[in-house]
Design a protein around this ligand. Sequence first.
Ligand code: ADP
Ligand code: GLC
Length: 489
Amino acid sequence: MKIAIAASECAPFAKTGGLADVIGALPKALAEIGCEVKVFLPRYSIIDENRHSLHYESQIGEIPIRVAGVVRSVHILRSTLPQSDVDVFFVDCPHYFYRRYIYTMDPDEDERYILFCKAVIETMQYMKWVPDVIQCNDWQTGLIPVFIKENYNWDRMFDKTATVMSIHNIAYQGRFPESTLDKAELRRKEYYPGGPYEFYNTFSFLKTGIIYSEVINTVSETYAREILTPQFGEGMEKVLWPRQNDLHGVINGIDYHIWDPETDPHIPFHYNEDKLDQKIKNKELLLKNTTIPFKPNVPLIGIVSRLVTQKGFDLIADVLSDLVLLDVQWVLLGSGEDRFENLFRTIGQAIPHKFWSYIGFSNELAHLIEAGADMFLMPSHYEPCGLNQMYSLRYGTVPIVRKTGGLADTVLDWHEFNDQFIGNGFSFNESSGYALFTTVKRALDTFKDKETWRKIQINGMKKDFSWTSSAKKYRLLYEEAYAKRNKNK
Ligand code: ADP
Ligand code: GLC
């Protein structure tokens, strides 16, 4: 099958979160099972052209693309995903993508991704490459399905091409005023309450993507069920209800080329289940660069996260005065909302011997924390999939999570699954500081029993999270989408 994958992030080129990890890995796994895959990404100015060997695609010259009534000049650069020959095409349009950050609050944020969606389609036209399926990821690519079916349906080359809308986080819906329809050259006539373009008095890229795609998926089975409820659906549940038969959950995998404690270039001491004693050397080294003294028997909890409401840090704030009394150390890496950045900076200043944080983005430190910490905390209110808990399991760093979305699908509570000897972490249901606190305590108590702790670590390390089985499930989704698109032809 020929698969085009369009996204706004892809590791190692441009990353703010897990979406980048997925787009950097899934295409390789699909290629390994025989798919022909091409990835499409905006060429942000933050992408290091030399490091990633981007070069102009000589087959394609200038592509003129009209957005908001103005024709912009687009060029295409090309590279490949590391350790593969999967092509990545970069949509180069300095007017829209040469900015300080990947995502902006600029008034033309809608135009940036209208241009991207059009450019993906037009690049395929220039290449005369007809995909069987275009997989769109999150709202930034949500207009591709409608463009294929409306704006570009004059081009018969896409007659058979199906689209899959992959939702990595339903809270990000790409909502803009009605006037965005004009910028995208979509018909205002379809903008009425309950119509395909209207979503609570706004125009939503994500809703449009859901409506116009043959198949919809999200990144875990539990989240696929959750987003059908008002509690998790963020209003989009009503759009999904009529599409339940087309909605699937496929858990993300992890890229073992990048996240494997046996080979990880970012960690100095490599290890696996049989050489677990090496792990603590990474802890010692990690702590050397912090204000926290190395104490082998005091557990270290790691956190690596975007510091946003979704991730449940308010629960930590609620029980902070109790948490700081526990005999445990904390290392945190993250950036995001001011209130959380300030909270963690303040704790670090108050108890530097117990709590250290680095507010910012550091890939290298993220790897070192995964390897050096004893436990990893993710108290998310909701979590579509979550990758860090899977990295933690692989690194023998026992996850403590709230039982939601992909966290519920990957972390099995040690006490709950004790009998079956498959427990690999600790989890709690209730979104409360109390539940978080008691679960951290349960983990700390268990940590004292070295033999049990080792079993929990090994249960996690042995679990297979490779992309291969998820890639096969994606292939089934593509086949389903293709069949739906072509059923009456
Ligand atoms: P989300 O996509 O919601 O942010 P995930 O758990 O799926 O959550 O993925 C987060 C990814 O981003 C992981 O690869 C994690 O290591 C990385 N990450 C998050 N914050 C930082 C940071 N401050 N520095 C480095 N990597 C980070
Ligand atoms: C989103 C979700 C996260 C998921 C990632 C990749 O950022 O918040 O849970 O792992 O996408 O699918």
